[in-house]
Design a protein around this ligand. Structure first.
Ligand code: ADE
Length: 238
């Protein structure tokens, strides 16, 4: 990943992803874009042609960064460029990116990167401009943290328990319902009886019902993409 604030990406050395790096499951390289500047001020920005507020990132340092890190003569990474103008980042895209052997991330700052950088890169590698959501961050670094965490936990061996992917929110198109651990009663609030019943089919049905209810309440638009049977339809009609 390339950024003018490489220290922003330090959290990737912590926690689940950091452990995966320590165990050799993920290789992470963080590069300061300014090493590809050549003036005393190490300038990476300039004002936009055509006018308008703010500054854009100049193309030359980015071009050199990509040529150095991914020489045109060799294997190419898939380039992910976080931008609010990108396509939405989803769990489906996280799975798609998790299949790639090599991802490169270009973190823009200011009002973004000169558009020719993406056009030029796209001549030799797959480029995805990706948005985290409909809001504007100050730069791509936090978006990269999010994307790397979402993709990294899908890589083989990174999570101890593979089955936990299968129960993730969105893996069946629905939000995950509520979950509980010990104690059985806390502040007069008991855990739902069914979860203590040992009746696996009843527990699965209860979880499905809770997922459906929560999805209907919070993200009803997701339901149009999910195959619903009669039992599902009944819960949703309640
Ligand atoms: N950079 C600035 N805002 C962003 C967003 N919403 N998603 C991804 N990258 C961004």
């Amino acid at each position: 990943m390339v950024s003018i604030f490489p220290a922003y990406l330090a959290p990737l050395r912590e926690s689940l992803i950091g452990k995966a790096v320590d165990r050799g499951l993920i290789e992470l390289g963080v590069h300061d874009l300014r090493q590809w500047t050549h003036d005393v001020h190490r300038t990476v920005d300039d004002s936009p042609y055509g006018g308008g507020p703010g500054m854009l990132m100049r193309p030359e340092p980015w071009g050199q960064a990509l040529d150095t890190l991914a020489p045109a003569s060799g294997a190419q990474p898939r380039l992910v460029v976080p931008t609010p103008a990108g396509r939405p980042f989803t769990q489906a895209l996280a799975h798609e990116l998790a299949r790639e052997p090599w991802l490169m991330f270009a973190c823009g700052r200011y009002e973004g990167i000169d558009s020719r950088v993406v056009d030029d890169a796209a001549d030799r590698m797959v480029v995805d401009e990706v948005s985290l959501g409909d809001y504007v961050l100050a730069g791509g670094e936090v978006a990269v943290l999010v994307i790397v965490e979402a993709v990294g936990r899908l890589l083989p061996g990174v999570l101890g328990n593979v089955a936990s992917h299968e129960q993730d929110s969105f893996s069946d198109g629905l939000l995950e319902g509520p979950a509980y651990t010990r104690p059985e009663v806390w502040r007069d609030r008991p855990v739902p009886d069914v979860l203590l019943s040992g009746h696996h089919a009843a527990i699965a049905r209860w979880r499905r019902d809770e997922s459906l209810r929560r999805t209907l309440a919070r993200r009803p638009e997701l339901l149009s993409t999910v195959a619903l049977d009669k039992a599902d339809a009944k819960v949703l009609a309640e």
